[in-house]
Structures are given as C-alpha cells and as structure tokens.
Design a protein around this ligand. Structure first.
Ligand code: OXD
Ligand code: MN
Length: 638
C-alpha cells in the first residue's frame, strides 16, 4: 500500500464528479460542501475512490437530519431494529463471527520491526505486545483486499475531530468507510462535520480507510444482514504515514477508527514524538464535602469497570463524582507544569452486561435516548435486556437473545453477548463534568492503575515515586475479558492497560513514561494502584465496589492534599488503618483488604521477571528492571 498510496498520492487532486454523490435533495449541498473540503482531504478521498470503487459518495456533515437519514436507511436494510420503549434507540445484531476486537489481526506497519515491538521471545512464542507487519507484506495484503471492495456500496466520508474542535490537545482525522453503521456510530463517538475543515487543511490529519469487505452483488449471503469478512480481517496502522487501514470487520474498535486505532495506537506514537501522553484511561472529577475538586485519570484493562468508575455515584455522604471520559485520556503539560487531560471522544462505547440501576445508574440514564445497542438481547415490548440488567421483565413479555432466538432465563447461553455494547452521546450522561469539553483540558492530580486480581493485591496502594509508579503500571495484570478474542478467566499481563493498544515498541513506551517524570518543572500527579476484585476463600468479593470505591478516592485525595496517613509496605504505601473510611460496611475488614504476603509477592515478582525477559527483552528500560529488583529485595526482608 505504501507504494500504492505513494502513487495515488502523487496524482493531481481532482474533485470526484458531483454525480458520485448520493442522489436526492442533498446532492447540490453535498457538492458545495465538497468544494469547501481542503485539497489534502479531497486527495485522500480520491485515492480511496480509485482503490475501492464505491458506487456513490456521501460527505457527512454531522447534522441531525443526516443522522436520522442514516438510521432509517439502516432500518430499511434490516441492520438496525427500533427499540420503541426508548427515544430514538436502536438494536444491531452482528454476524456472530464479528463480535470483538481482533487482536491477532491488528498490526503496526513500520520499516523496522523493532520500532513496533520488542524482540520476539526466545523459543518463538507469540509476541504479546503487538504484531508487526512489513511494508511489502502490508502492500500485498492491501492489494488482496481493497481493489473494488466497495463496489455497489456508498463510501461515507467522515471528517472528524478527536477532542473539542480547536483545542490545542485535539487532532483530526478523515475516515472513509462503506458501513453506514460505522458512520452512524462515528457520529456519536467523535465530532463529525465541516468544523474540522480548517484543521484538515494542515495535511497532518490521520487518514483512516475502512471497508467491511463485501462488495455488491454479494457472492455469499450475509449472516444477520451484517456485512463482514472475518477470514480476511486486517486492522493495520502506519504510524509513520499517520494512516489506518482496516478491512473485514464492522464492529467496535476494529471499525470505529477514531477510538482504539487513532486515539490510542496512532496517538501514543504521536504523543511520544511530541512529548505528551495518549492513554487507555478514564478521567473523573471528585469533589469532597468541603467543595475541593480533584481530577483523576485511571487505567484498567478492557471491561474492568472503567465506565462504572467514571460515572460513579459515591456511597460517601457529601462526595460527588463527575465524568470527563470513560476510556481514553490525552494528557499534555501546560505552561505551569501541570498535566492537563482531555477526553478525545464524544460518546461512550460501553460494555452492556453488568450495567444496571444498581451498578451504574448514570449509564442507564445515558442510554435511554439516541443510543445504538449492539448484540444485546431485547424484550417483546421494545426494550433491551442483558445479564445483570437487574430489571424485572413485565409479565407477558418475551425475550430474544443477541442471536435473534427466543430466550428464557436459565438458558445455558447468555441472552446478550458478553461484549455487547451501547454507543451513546456523552452529553446525555447526567454527571458530565462542566469542564468535560474545556479546550485546555482538566488538571490531573492522580493517576490510578488497576486490574482484576482475585488474590494477593491490596485494595489500594500508592507508588513511592514516579519511577516506581511506572514500574507499577508496567506490572499490571488482570483476568481476561470478552472485549477481545481471549477466553476464560486467566490472568493476563496488561502493562498500563495498553497491551492491545501500543502504537510503538512497548519498551520505548515505558522509557517515554520515565522521561515524562524527568521533565523540568513538571508538577507530577501521584500514582496509585487499586484492586476492587479481591475474593475470599469462598470466592466472594471482599470489597463492595461501585459507589464504595469513593472511599478509596477519598484516601487518594487526602494523599494528594499531603496528609500523612499512609504506612509503608514492600509493595507501596497503603492507608493507615484509621485513614480509610470503612464506616457502615459490616463484614468488611481492613485485614482482608490489605493482604501483603511474602509468598504471594515472591511468586508475583518471579512471574514478572519471566514476563519482562520473554516479552520486553533488552528493550525493557533498566530503571524498570531496577524497580523489580528493589521490590524483590523488600519482599525478601518481610
Ligand atoms: C474498549 C476496550 O472497547 O478497551 O474500550 O476494549
Ligand atoms: Mn477501552
């Protein structure tokens, strides 16, 4: 493709004939808007048109009328089904082979393999920190997939901004896609429209090409009216060219290219080059009873409750939480040396199962209107249903599973797919922070890492300093979830919750974090690690979680305020027994929440050493290995 893009890129830009725009009243307007579209963007569209040969073009403007037209078209095509119980809500069912991010087919394309991933583990096991593809292999993969891939279909042209338009922290992209479902979802998740044109004129926008890979007429019938080509799926990133090329999947992070592909993989690489941070983190504001507000960013692996934490209703009287974002944070130092964060997205693409009025009332209130649900179950009275929704089904109402089959409670298979999602506009969340769209971002006082650790890892601990914090982030582990193609409850390493999202060599990523800590004049946030998921001998959670996590946030805020209320353990600083508010939590014991045992940490350190050696090899910064050795020494003295 490099060659192809190079060749096409060398052509004199030529405006596609207005006839290529969809028929109907909007054609003249579309042609006019096209005329205003900056030349580099038009040139990218022309390349895409010549390669993919769509039947028609549609330049998206982000308007409500366009949204309504897309949704009714999707309904007419049988892709979306209305959910009349709510206001403008829709249900999509995918081909059951296209239900999650496909990590094994997600690649970074760079000249040198070492720029993308650390050296392969000895013995040739699979590299867990990303996949590399050479430029010639990529070019061949493109030639095998893209020529004519949009025949008979409309190409949607989506100019979009990640971050508030005009923010110094925002970046723009242009996505070409033949999926109207993707176009409708991108309109929710990003800021689509001609307000991005001035930024597109700069030519440094991210070029995103996406096709479901099912030209018309079809050679094989679709499954669930959902076009995709799972056998040939490929999600490729070309960080040097600021390009993303995705084929074969129409779902989630594989196809909504602003999200994981741009805002994490490409952005992490830009952030390294430009001296900022693009992270898999929620952002929340927490206000204490005296009115003092702090902002916190938190990294958890996929489907570990980030959305629940970001929208939490505190169980501590007088405390309030506001949401800035639930998945991604872009953070840059300001002139005063404070780290300021924006949420680059404008919607939530949250995991549905487990979400309820008990676990996340704000999410439930957010998804009552203008939401696209995918792969959830539904009720015969036009509502949604999933495992853990905790809502009684009205008598006489029947249920249908995500596979479109009749379903009754107790059936062995779940009603909703475990990675079923809601895609909803962020501004519908009742607790969005007043500053969530502040172009300057919000000042971050604390960074939290976490994971699902059933044993051995305390409820919360603070890193001794930034360097130790980088080590703590690199050492994150969590039980696998359904967000990607992994199965089972096995513990997976997930450094910084970025394992599937690094846009460059993960060893260099750690070095970048270390360098951030050395920045002159930086007023660095404190770093913490939390674990809401400890279980007792009988397998029960020992911490009530959800709104009670505010108790942990309260301790974190006290540390940021400089309170002397921690005690030192070999793994980090934990709250003194009187410093964590456990009032009104019968049966919850401090000792159960803060297990720091020598055998557990010896084993953990051994496993970590093996993991570093096999996966990072010599690309692991020596400072991080030094922190592991220091942990081993402290544990030995326990
Ligand atoms: C997500 C993920 O979809 O992390 O946010 O997988
Ligand atoms: Mn995520």
């Amino acid at each position: 493709m490099q060659k192809v893009i190079g060749r096409l890129g060398g052509c004199v830009p030529r405006v596609p004939p207005p006839a290529a725009f969809q028929r109907g009243g909007s054609r003249r307007k579309a042609g006019k808007r096209w005329g205003l579209c900056p030349p580099p963007a038009r040139q990218f569209v022309e390349e895409g048109v010549r390669l993919c040969r769509p039947r028609a073009l549609r330049l998206c403007d982000g308007s409500p009328a366009e949204g309504a037209a897309l949704l009714s078209q999707l309904q007419a095509e049988g892709v979306l089904h209305p959910l009349p119980k709510y206001d403008n809500c829709w249900l999509a069912r995918t081909d059951p082979r296209d239900v999650a991010r496909v990590e094994s087919r997600t690649v970074l394309v760079t000249e040198r393999e070492r720029d993308a991933i650390p050296p392969k583990p000895p013995g040739g096991g699979p590299q867990q920190l990303g996949n590399w593809m050479s430029p010639p292999a990529f070019e061949q993969a493109v030639q095998e997939r893209f020529p004519g891939c949009m025949e008979g279909r409309t190409m949607y042209i989506l100019p979009f901004s990640m971050g508030p338009v005009g923010s110094p922290l925002a970046k723009v992209g242009l996505q070409l896609t033949d999926s109207p479902y993707v176009a409708a979802s991108m309109r929710i998740m990003t800021r689509v429209g001609p307000q991005t044109f001035p930024a597109l004129a700069r030519d440094d926008f991210i070029r995103c090409l996406h096709s479901v890979g099912r030209p018309l007429p079809l050679r094989e019938p679709l499954v669930s009216q959902w076009p995709c080509d799972p056998a040939r799926t490929l999600v490729a990133h070309l960080p040097d060219q600021r390009r993303i090329v995705s084929f074969g999947s129409g779902y989630g992070g594989n196809s909504l290219l602003g999200k994981k592909c741009f805002a994490l993989r490409i952005a992490s690489r830009l952030a390294r080059d430009e001296g900022w941070l693009a992270e898999h983190m929620l952002i929340l504001g927490v206000t204490d009873p005296a009115g003092k507000k702090r902002y916190v960013a938190a990294a958890f692996p996929s489907a570990c409750g980030k959305t629940n934490l970001a929208m939490m209703t505190p169980a501590l009287p007088g405390w309030r939480v506001h949401c800035v974002g639930d998945d991604i944070a872009w953070m840059k130092f300001d002139a005063e040396g404070r780290l300021r964060a924006i949420n680059p997205e404008s919607g939530f693409f949250g995991v549905a199962p487990g979400t309820s009025m008990r676990t996340n009332p704000n999410a439930m209130l957010t998804v009552r209107a203008n939401t696209i649900f995918t792969n959830v179950g539904c009720t015969s009275d036009g509502g949604v249903y999933w495992e853990g929704i905790d809502q009684p089904v009205r008598p006489g109402t029947t249920l249908t599973s995500w596979l479109g089959q009749p379903w009754t409670p107790g059936d062995p298979q779940p009603c909703a797919h475990p990675n079923s999602r809601f895609c909803a506009p962020a501004n519908q969340c009742p607790i969005m922070d007043p500053a969530w769209e502040d172009p300057e971002g919000v000042p971050i006082d604390a960074i939290i890492f976490g994971g699902r650790r059933p044993e051995g890892v305390p409820l919360v601990y603070e890193a001794f300093n930034w360097r130790h914090g980088v080590f703590v982030g690199s050492a994150m582990r969590s039980e696998a979830t359904a967000a990607a193609e992994h199965t089972g409850r096995r513990l997976m390493h997930d450094p910084f919750a970025m394992r599937p999202f690094f846009g460059y060599n993960a060893g260099q990523y750690l070095a970048h974090w270390l360098a951030v800590g050395e920045r002159e004049g930086a007023r660095l946030p404190r770093i913490f690690h939390v674990n809401w998921f400890l279980r007792d001998g009988a397998g029960r959670f020992v911490w009530p979680g959800f709104g009670h996590n505010a108790r942990v946030l309260a301790w974190i805020c006290s540390r940021v305020a400089g309170e002397d209320n921690a005690k030192t353990t070999p793994v980090g600083l934990v709250p003194r027994e009187d410093a964590l508010d456990l009032d009104g939590l019968p049966g919850v014991s401090y000792a159960d929440l803060f297990p720091v045992s020598r055998p557990f940490w010896e084993k953990e350190a051994r496993e970590l050493r093996r993991y570093y050696e096999e996966n990072f090899g010599e690309d692991l910064p020596k400072e991080v290995m030094g922190e592991l050795s220091a942990l081993e020494e402290r544990v030995k003295k326990m």
